[in-house]
Design a protein around this ligand. Structure first.
Ligand SMILES: C[S@@+](CC[C@H](N)C(=O)[O-])C[C@H]1O[C@@H](n2cnc3c(N)ncnc32)[C@H](O)[C@@H]1O
Length: 212
């Protein structure tokens, strides 16, 4: 039987520290103290996580990277769906978030570093490339040159046929940097699919699935 798509938290995750309240409070605090990199007011909802996990086909991947795990909403479920022999690590630029994800998912390698350091961490994990990158990076905050560099790094880090998943908040197209990101995707990937809007998320969000 296939595992449930969203697993019930096990004992570590049900501890008081990692209760729902903590995740929301921790997230909200960081969105106030680190607005330039957090890019959201709340962690992703289980509905959005479920959509991402479905579109990413995590179970088939051998080497998975997560960019911007925040408090670990995706991390926990990526780990749950990972094939037994698959590699997985996450890069988080905010120390408070990196620590929170590490505590929530003690078996995952969570590095406190920026997403553009991805090649360094692939090397560190003896991986020439990866076949799935799941990102919830706040692209609308990044300047165009930074987006170009990061998308180059991501595309170059994927195996041929590899998949890049990115969440994009509804309303991103109303912002210059949001439009820049969406219009840049075809320059880096051969095929791009967009999900329907997940309305049960704050803010409502679409998921882009790109492959090279
Ligand atoms: C919109 S939040 C998403 C958090 C979480 N994945 C979720 O969905 O609840 C964006 C996350 O990306 C992180 N981030 C921003 N810039 C980053 C960078 N250059 N490298 C790695 N992480 C970054 C932020 O600290 C934050 O945790």
């Amino acid at each position: 039987m296939l595992p449930p798509l969203i697993n019930q938290p096990h004992s570590v995750q049900t501890s008081a520290t990692y209760g729902k309240k903590f995740k929301f409070l921790s997230f909200a605090r960081q969105s106030i103290s680190e607005p330039a990199s957090t890019g959201a007011v709340a962690p992703s909802s289980r509905y959005l996580v479920e959509r991402v996990i479905r579109m990413a086909d995590v179970t088939s991947a051998q080497a998975v990277v997560e960019l911007g795990p925040g408090t670990g909403a995706f991390t926990e479920q990526i780990q749950h769906h990972l094939a037994d022999n698959a590699s997985f690590f996450a890069l988080e630029v905010n120390k408070t978030f990196a620590d929170a994800t590490q505590q929530r998912c003690p078996d995952v390698r969570v590095y406190h570093d920026a997403a553009d350091q991805l090649p360094k961490y692939l090397k560190k994990n003896n991986l020439p490339s990866c076949d799935l990158i799941i990102s919830s990076l706040p692209w609308t905050i990044f300047e165009s040159a930074e987006q170009d560099r990061l998308l180059d790094t991501i595309a170059m880090s994927l195996k041929p046929g590899g998949i890049f998943i990115s969440i994009v908040y509804l309303g991103a197209t109303a912002r210059v940097r949001g439009r820049y990101f969406i219009n840049s995707l075809p320059l880096h990937f051969k095929s791009i699919q967009k999900s329907k809007t997940v309305w049960q998320n704050l803010p409502p969000t679409q998921v882009y699935r790109c492959s090279n």
